[in-house]
Design a protein around this ligand. Sequence first.
Ligand SMILES: Nc1ncnc2c1ncn2[C@@H]1O[C@H](COP(=O)(O)OP(=O)(O)O)[C@@H](O)[C@H]1O
Ligand SMILES: [Mg+2]
Length: 273
Amino acid sequence: MSAVLQETGVPPATARRTGEVILDLKKISLSFGGVKALTDISFDVREHEIRAIIGPNGAGKSSMLNVINGVYHPQQGEIVYRGVPRRGMNTYDAARSGIARTFQNIALFKGMTVLDNIMTGRNLKMKSNFLLQALYWGPAQREEMAHRREVEKVIDFLEIQHIRKTPVGRLPYGLQKRVELGRALAAQPEILLLDEPMAGMNVEEKQDMCRFILDVNDQFGTTIVLIEHDMGVVMDISDRVVVLDYGRKIADGTPDEVRSSQDVINAYLGVAH
Ligand SMILES: Nc1ncnc2c1ncn2[C@@H]1O[C@H](COP(=O)(O)OP(=O)(O)O)[C@@H](O)[C@H]1O
Ligand SMILES: [Mg+2]
């Protein structure tokens, strides 16, 4: 099952240290008209953890991330982030409070360079607006330089120096996904939400992406919530896994616990309810 990473010698997830609960999702229900995307879902995420969400197509995984970062507002339930209960967090609040994400379908500015795309990840951190820049050119300039340095760090970290001036639309898919990760990292998030970061990648690109995710987690202590279809990857890099099926939680535990759950096996084999 773990073919992708066994070759790279990544230490097992259990060797990593995880901390207190940072994000607690309580009885979340979300529907769109008659469609129940999420029904009464509860799970938590611990600091420094790599927490995977898996499940068949349409299970509600992306909806769950959209609830966490305020794109969707659940009809029921509560999100407790760092001990503070929130019902109606919007995307701006979520980003300000340290939650960044990537999307299932790449959401980058295709005509802009890698550098400029990653720079957009700094927007929320920028104090000076256009007027301030005109009035106080010096400080604004210094701030701009500080942001550029952060962005260059991300570019070095992701090993994309050679393409920093290339328009994103000209890059192969695997590298576009890496740039999208870069934009999220530029915001220096506490929690990083990744929606299928390895979908459509070949084995080598997946290995690279796994290494970057593990390095982000290790070096920056970033908590990661990951949706991923490749079971080998999920089982290798996750500390804990929550399994959704038809908008309901059917399992939650370590990779080994989840792997041996009969409900999970049935869901993946398509056994009727
Ligand atoms: N904006 C939306 N409007 C209507 N239905 C939606 C919307 N977003 C998701 N859904 C529905 O919610 C369910 C879960 O979708 P999604 O969260 O994308 O699943 P997954 O990411 O697990 O494949 C699906 O039935 C989907 O059609
Ligand atoms: Mg999805």
